[in-house]
Design a protein around this ligand. Structure first.
Ligand code: 6GU
Length: 246
């Protein structure tokens, strides 16, 4: 997959892409990430990227020309409408990002992310250039850069070959529709706190049952909204009903 990121702050992307899973994915050529400085697509002496809002008001608005030019330099033939290449504006006004959207994006060969800034982007960028707008949650960030990093991380770890074993993807919270069960490692006793006996039993069926139950319990306590969509057996639904009553 190729990901192009358009930003006014290219330096922000240096460290997240040079460590851990993302670095490994880049080194193994499973993804190519190209950071494009929007300022390089200006032609005036002062490299102007923003301007006052028509109609007045506080805050500057990102000008359309450098953003269109940056996208056009990546993809020379932009046609409106049908588009195999997602061009995504990161903005608090976008649709809420989710694991489902991450899966959707991971199927493309190429995507372009445009980091907006909080004060605004000229509406013609929304109307005639981008194919989608995404937000990462109901809070305000000063720019779309951190959101773009979140999207890249969530998408790249889904690409084939990026994670060590495919099993770790299947177990993910949100893939199962439940939060993850509690995990323990050695020592079996620490400061008097013991690891649950069942995990030391070696009985794999019992362990699997315990984990499933814990995942359901945890989801019920912390994110009951997720349970409605989770894939539960009839017996597990009954367990949820019993837990709700107690
Ligand atoms: Cl994508 N951008 C900004 N500026 N703030 C946000 C956001 C994006 N998602 C949540 N808050």
């Amino acid at each position: 997959m190729q990901i192009d990121i358009l930003t006014l702050f290219p330096q922000m992307f240096e460290s997240p892409f040079s460590t851990g899973i993302l670095k490994r994915a880049i080194d193994h050529k499973l993804v190519r990430i190209n950071i494009c400085d929007i300022r390089d697509c200006t032609h005036d002496k002062h490299h102007t990227v923003d301007d006052y809002a028509y109609g007045g008001g506080a805050g500057m608005v990102l000008k359309p020309e450098p953003i269109f030019e940056a996208v056009e330099s990546i993809k020379p033939d932009i046609e409106e409408g049908v588009n195999m290449l997602p061009i995504i504006l990161l903005t608090p006004q976008g649709r809420p990002f989710s694991q489902e959207i991450a899966y959707e994006l991971s199927r493309y060969m190429h995507m372009i992310l445009i980091c907006g800034r909080y004060e605004g982007v000229d509406e013609r960028v929304r109307g005639h250039l981008v194919t989608d707008e995404v937000s990462i949650g109901d809070y305000v960030l000063s720019g779309g850069e951190l959101a773009a990093m979140v999207v890249v991380d969530a998408v790249v770890r889904l690409l084939p070959g990026v994670l060590g074993s495919e099993a770790s993807l299947l177990d993910d919270s949100y893939a199962t529709g439940l939060l993850e069960y509690p995990q323990y490692t050695r020592p079996d006793e620490y400061k008097g706190w013991s690891v649950p006996q069942v995990l030391l039993s070696g009985n794999h069926a019992q362990i699997a049952n315990w984990r499933r139950e814990q995942a359901i319990l945890r989801t019920l306590e912390r994110r009951p909204d997720l349970l409605d969509k989770a894939n539960l057996s009839l017996e597990e639904r009954r367990l949820v009903d019993r837990l709700k009553q107690s």
